[in-house]
Design a protein around this ligand. Structure first.
Ligand code: TYD
Length: 209
């Protein structure tokens, strides 16, 4: 076997983003199943990341500062990249992540007012520069999103009800600034309808990768 034949084709890395209640966890799972990809999520994805998730989303820690929140998200992400995402991509598996760096840009950078640039820099370090090949932004109108969210809110979702508009606007401008790496999908409608929209547009984009 030649070295070319033995080289494994790197997997594709797809992230899902959206405001709280956009339905992205359901849609990320549907797409991962359709592509036979590894499904993961942030904050979380590893044992260390899951511990950080418990800590950072626990509604009892009302005194957590915004910088602490941003650092914990980045720490969970660093572990996620090193332990799971990159090894899977290098082994040739596609990876679908429910949230990635753009969540921190939107929630911590803008929602928490830390500034997009500083949060981007922190995450450059956390990810070692790894970027999704494609990010799917699920765009649901606020009434749909609020209805899907229910009443059992985590610490950030509680704040997110006020921050929602800013988060959605930030996602839209990130998508507009990198159209080759983002796709916006209308997230209003039932699960099967949205899943079909996602599948169609992602398959189309992945052919170009
Ligand atoms: P998630 O589990 O995706 O919640 P949901 O599926 O209900 O949208 O994310 C949990 C919360 O964490 C959510 O309110 C968004 C927030 N979050 C950040 O603020 N920054 C981040 O970098 C990430 C990954 C999530």
């Amino acid at each position: 076997m030649t070295s070319t034949e033995s080289a494994v084709r790197r997997g594709r890395f797809i992230a899902f983003e959206g405001g709280d209640g956009s339905g992205k966890s359901t849609q990320a799972a549907r797409l991962a199943a359709a592509l036979d990809a590894v499904l993961t999520r942030e904050p979380g994805g590893t044992a260390i990341g899951s511990k950080i998730r418990e800590l950072v989303l626990d509604p009892q820690y009302l005194n957590m500062t915004n910088r602490t929140e941003a650092l914990l998200m980045a720490a969970a992400r660093a572990q996620h990249v090193d332990e799971l995402i990159l090894p899977q991509l290098l082994a040739g598996r596609d990876v679908v992540s429910d949230r990635f760096v753009a969540s921190s840009l939107a929630y911590q950078g803008v929602g928490r007012n830390l500034g997009i640039d500083v949060v981007a820099e922190l995450n450059e370090f956390a990810t070692n520069g790894l970027k999704p090949d494609l990010t799917v932004l699920l765009d649901a109108d606020p009434t749909t999103a609020r209805a899907r969210l229910g009443d059992d809110l985590d610490r950030i979702e509680e704040a997110g009800i006020q921050l929602g508009r800013q988060v959605v606007d930030t996602y839209r401008s990130l998508a507009a600034s990198a159209p080759d790496r983002w796709v916006i999908v209308d997230a209003n409608g039932d699960i099967d309808t949205v899943a079909a929209r996602v599948h169609l547009v992602v398959s189309d984009r992945l052919q170009a990768l």
